[in-house]
Ligand binder design. Sequence first.
Ligand code: ZN
Length: 296
Amino acid sequence: MNTWENTMNLRKVTHIYKCDDMFLYEIIEDYKAAQSTEEKNEIFSSFCSSVWSCDNKRRTYKKTIHFNVNKDLLDTEPGQIFNTWSCIEYKYYISSTRDKNWRPIIRQNINNIYTRYFDKDVILGKEYMDLIKTPKRLYYEWISGVNMNAASVAGIIENSISQSEKVKLKLQKEKLTLSWNEYKKVVEEFLRRAFENSKLIEEYEDNKNIFTRLDFLTEDHFYVKYINRSLNGEIKKWEKRSCGLPQNSRKGYKHCKLCGIIIERSGNKKMYCDKCALTKERERKRKNAYKYRIAK
Ligand SMILES: [Zn+2]
């Protein structure tokens, strides 16, 4: 190999598109200006590796609902019951970043979407949280003077904790199953669509009306918002698609009471997805047949 070839090879290697230190608007500008599909692919894949290699990884941690039973009350029967329930654990997640850079901010949103839609360990629905907060709420009612005896306290707490387990199962079923690696592929599709559909700020500036409605501080802020909004919209569409539902149902959506997948809301009576409705119907018929045989 002569020196000229060497230099060319070196240039090829060093020319790889690197976007870690670039502004997001520069990357999108480059993408828009790219002359060939190869060039677009290179910019896009560099953008993706930059997002995936970002330090802002998805993190979950144990959080507790905690309260301290007053020392003077520890010897009382209700006090002792409250004390056994004075620390209830649940899984929480890091949902925001203070970083101002586009990489951690977009990555944070990608992490959050995964946690909300797919992580069955992180259950934070209001119904569930209210139930596991019962001992704490009750304790403060008790010390503020509401009359309670040990038996009723124990009964209410045990009830709400066992109810919370049921609600947790229900909410877990409402989440779909997708591994992080599969999710990454899905997200890359969303991001690619966002890149393809993106408009440059100049295009908005032409239209004064749209321009004044946009609340952004910097150009990068504008694109970060744009990408994150696209991701939030795409995941909703994806969820419906993967459940075989129309994208824009006027009737709205709800969850199947049995398996938890989303279904179209068609009248108040519909509670189950087609599959579960069939199972339920079979169960009902079998019960009737059994009753009929007994009656005979
Ligand atoms: Zn179902």
